[in-house]
Design a protein around this ligand. Structure first.
Ligand code: NAD
Ligand code: IPM
Ligand code: MN
Length: 357
């Protein structure tokens, strides 16, 4: 049978509320497009699992999900019971590293009808990708603490940039820009203050740019780039950044489009040696969890990214059109967008738009 085999991990908090809406939309699009899915649900990579088992995941987690075509993921983290670095390093960060998902692809788009907090911005003004390095950089396990709990305590965590690691994320960004109209890459850096790794990143950008003469390439320090995101979001097409800078820019970008609740992410292994993982950019939102008011669009849009990756571009386009149709209707907006719709109202509206479209 040619069903796409999907490992589903809802995780914690609103992950458990938005993942079902993503699945609802996937079921609907399958019935429209003649594709099919087999969903296998896993309860690990959640803080509930940790409290029961003393670890975020079973020892054989790689074998359990490594053979799937993709992983559809919600959010993990419940800092009231498990420290964030324990829950995240024990789950999501392991997926990214062990499955070599070195691209974190995060579209940022102002949707028709959705108010931007930036004055006078309309759809088309904000439409870019953040391409975030996802396996090394500032998120390294090299470091430690010496003389703990003394007044001589020293704590170090190294930034690691490898030639292979930097070059492959830059190549992905330039290839993506090559397929787009504006053919423009912006690199985020901080080579004035961080004097070893960041100038190295800049050097590799220059070397890559030389291979793509038709692409315009800009470099900005991350501080002023953050300011330009707010004042000139129309300048950007493909923004490529290290792990930490990409993390920050991919909350800032979606905030400029109205809410982080709609932002999707693909954690991609482009060589397809391992499954890629699709999840919203946001976290488990403990402050609103359990109320049925989370915006499910980030999860649903992540499903569209997953469909593209699975070779179902028609299905992906149908889901995106349905998202746009629903976001344009104030009555289906959740509270983060100023509406009163529930998570389920919004998810069902996407299904209705999909079946009508
Ligand atoms: P968060 O993204 O969970 O929440 C930030 C704010 O945005 C909150 O006010 C929340 O209510 C709101 N928000 C987020 N998603 C929303 C949605 N879909 N609809 C409406 N409002 C939404 O970030 P945080 O508060 O820094 O982190 C909470 C927990 O999630 C922590 O444990 C953190 O480590 C974890 N986290 C996990 C991921 C992930 O799994 N990929 C990502 C970010 C944070
Ligand atoms: C994200 C999150 C994670 C990250 C955290 C939860 C470790 O913020 O996916 O953007 O920093 O990568
Ligand atoms: Mn983040």
């Amino acid at each position: 049978d040619n069903a796409h085999r999907i490992a589903v991990i809802a995780g914690d908090g609103i992950g458990k509320e938005v993942v079902p809406e993503g699945l609802r939309v996937l079921e609907a699009v399958a019935s429209r497009c003649g594709c099919s899915f087999r969903f296998d649900h896993f309860d690990f990579a959640s803080c509930d699992y940790y409290l029961q088992h003393g670890a975020m995941m079973p020892a054989d987690w790689k074998a359990q999900i490594g053979g799937h075509d993709a992983i559809f993921f919600g959010a993990v983290g419940w800092p009231a019971t498990v420290p964030d670095h324990v829950s995240l390093w024990g789950s999501l960060i392991q997926f990214r590293r062990e499955f070599d998902q070195y691209v974190n692809l995060r579209p940022v788009k102002l949707m028709p009808g959705v108010p931007s907090p930036l004055a006078n911005r309309k759809p088309g003004d904000i439409d870019f990708y953040v391409v975030r390095e996802n396996t090394e950089g500032e998120y390294s396990s090299i470091g430690g603490r010496i003389f703990p709990d003394t007044d001589r305590e020293v704590v170090v965590q190294e930034t690691v940039m490898t030639r292979i690691g930097v070059d492959r994320i830059l190549k992905y960004a330039f290839d993506l820009a090559q397929r787009r109209d504006r053919k423009h890459v912006t690199s985020a850096t901080k080579s004035n203050g961080i004097s070893i790794t960041m100038p190295y990143w800049d050097e590799r950008v220059e070397a890559m740019a030389a291979l793509y003469p038709e692409i315009r390439c800009d470099k900005y320090h991350i501080d002023i780039l953050a300011a330009h995101f707010v004042q000139h979001p129309d300048w950007f097409d493909v923004v490529v950044a290290s792990n930490l800078f990409g993390d920050i820019l991919s909350d800032l970008g979606p905030a400029c489009t109205g809410t982080i609740g709609i932002a999707p992410a693909g954690n991609i292994n482009p060589e397809r040696r391992f499954p890629s993982l699709f999840e919203p950019v946001h976290g488990s939102a403990p402050d609103i969890a359990g109320q049925g008011i989370a915006n499910p669009i980030g999860q649903i849009w992540s499903a569209a990214l997953m469909l593209d990756h699975l070779g179902e571009p028609r299905a992906a386009a149908l889901v995106l059109d349905a998202i746009e149709a629903v976001l344009a209707r104030p009555e289906y907006r959740t509270r983060d967008l100023g509406g009163t719709a529930s998570t389920e109202d919004c998810g069902k509206a996407v299904v209705d738009a999909l079946m009508a479209g």
